[in-house]
Design a protein around this ligand. Structure first.
Ligand SMILES: Cc1ncc(COP(=O)(O)O)c(C=O)c1O
Length: 444
């Protein structure tokens, strides 16, 4: 009997759209920002994705950050297989959870950690804890920083700097964002004004330790230290969201790159992505006295059926243990080569561009001015990016399907993968040049 033919990406996308909104389980995967059909991936190994049609792509998404070591790393696979064989979930404590938390504490400025299953759960729990610990309600965040899809943070700025925000999406009640202040990133004056007016009501300020969700927009020197100090002065907690940057931009995360130098210390930190090694694991942690307010030690409730799942903790632990200094040196070298190639290609094609980085995470803004906040990021030429994206895809390179995302590399990106990207760049930059258009505007 001949086997049934494997369906192609187009057929799968049609089937998916019939049963799932947009045909995807997380919106950016639908290619709405770049047009066309998402590639349905059949397998992945090292730096390569293989789609159901048999096409290979160099992966510059890396599952949006987690795949620090590349796909199907043999030691991570072995750790997962061994864990699965011992049973998939017990709902009781395990040694793996303790060891993973010890590993996190050993690398980062946190004293106690609670494991959860997604970055959203981590930030949601950290905010509840900050509110419970301080007895205050107001939360401050920055426009363009994404912390997951919890109601309180799906917020858009109100009409003035110190006015409370409005829901960022239908489905979020105004009451859920009425205690959220949304400020422009890297803007010290806005932070001063917000704390001057509302300081005694602010439970916490949450920020991406180095934003990657409006493209990469690094904190200006001293900005995180300024935020930590402002929070301290007003009795608010400084929550550093390292879901994306943690264990990726350095052995510890952004804190390891500027915190140790500038002397800032978060009160709470959220983690995810790399620490789960590609499985659903995330965490929040911080000062022991703050974490002591969490149930069962304290009154702030938080729980999870699959928190500390043994398979996810095995994948995370294997990944963190393999993330040695050599890995970060390799990521830095790969990112340097790619950034230089991108800059050369866009310069040759006469396309204005700005490349911004934190560690090996970087993004390419098709604009002519450095980007320091969301308004600046919004000036990138999205039509040109769409043309660039598809030209790269046609040449075997899978970039993030949105102009406002970071590009990720892995320890498995070898010379062949890097050369494939470099070879694709000149024609793709030309394609971007031929599609330059008016910039997008405003927060969506
Ligand atoms: C900085 C940051 N925080 C939180 C989240 C939410 O994590 P998750 O998608 O696992 O819920 C993300 C996801 O991209 C993120 O980048």
């Amino acid at each position: 009997m001949t086997p049934a033919p494997t369906p192609c990406s187009e057929e799968l996308f049609d089937r998916a759209r019939a049963v799932t909104p947009g045909g995807v389980n997380s919106p950016v995967r639908a290619f709405n920002a770049v047009g066309g059909t998402p590639r349905f991936i059949a397998s992945a190994r090292g730096p390569w994705l293989t789609d159901v049609d048999g096409n290979e792509y160099v992966d510059l998404i890396c599952s949006w950050g987690p795949m620090l070591l590349g796909h199907a790393h043999p030691e991570v696979v072995a750790a997962v297989q061994a864990a699965v064989a011992r049973g998939t979930s017990y709902g009781t404590p395990t040694e793996g959870e303790v060891t993973l938390v010890e590993e996190i504490i050993g690398r980062t400025p946190v004293e106690k950690v609670r494991l959860v299953s997604s970055g959203t759960e981590a930030t949601m729990s950290a905010i509840r804890l900050a509110r419970g610990f301080t007895g205050r309600d107001v939360v401050v965040k920055f426009a363009g920083c994404y912390h997951g899809h919890l109601d309180a943070l799906l917020a858009s700025a109100g009409s003035g700097l110190t006015t409370f925000s409005i829901p960022g999406t239908p489905g979020v009640p105004a009451s859920s964002t009425a205690l959220t202040l949304v400020l422009p990133y890297n803007d010290r004056a806005a932070v001063e004004a917000a704390f001057a007016e509302h300081g005694d009501r602010i439970a916490c300020l949450i920020t991406e330790a180095a934003p990657g969700n409006m493209g990469v927009v690094p904190p200006e020197p001293g900005f995180n230290a300024f935020l930590a100090e402002t929070c301290r002065r007003h009795g608010a907690l400084f929550v550093s969201d390292e879901v994306m940057t943690g264990f990726r931009v350095s052995r510890s995360g952004q804190w390891g790159t500027d915190g140790a130098v500038e002397g800032w210390r978060p009160d709470l930190v959220t983690f995810g992505k790399v620490m789960g090694g590609g499985l659903p694991a995330a965490a929040f942690g911080g000062r022991a006295d703050v974490m002591a307010a969490l149930a069962p030690d304290g009154p702030v409730y938080q729980a999870g059926t699959l928190s500390g799942n043994p398979i996810a903790t095995a994948a995370g632990l294997a990944t963190l243990r393999l993330a040695t200094p050599d890995v970060y040196d390799h990521l830095a070298a790969v990112a340097d080569t790619l950034r230089a190639g991108v800059a050369d290609a866009f310069t040759a094609a006469g396309v204005p561009h700005v490349i911004q980085s934190t560690g090996s995470m970087f993004s390419v803004f098709l604009t002519d001015e450095p980007v320091r906040d969301f308004a600046g990021a919004s000036r990138t030429d999205v039509a040109a990016y769409g043309a660039f994206f598809h030209a790269m895809l046609d040449r075997g390179v899978h970039l993030p399907p949105s102009a406002f995302e970071a590009w990720f590399v892995s320890a498995a990106h070898d010379d062949r993968a890097v050369q494939t990207v470099l070879d694709a760049l000149p024609a793709a930059a030309e394609a971007a040049g031929s599609r330059q258009a008016r910039p997008a505007n405003g927060e969506s």
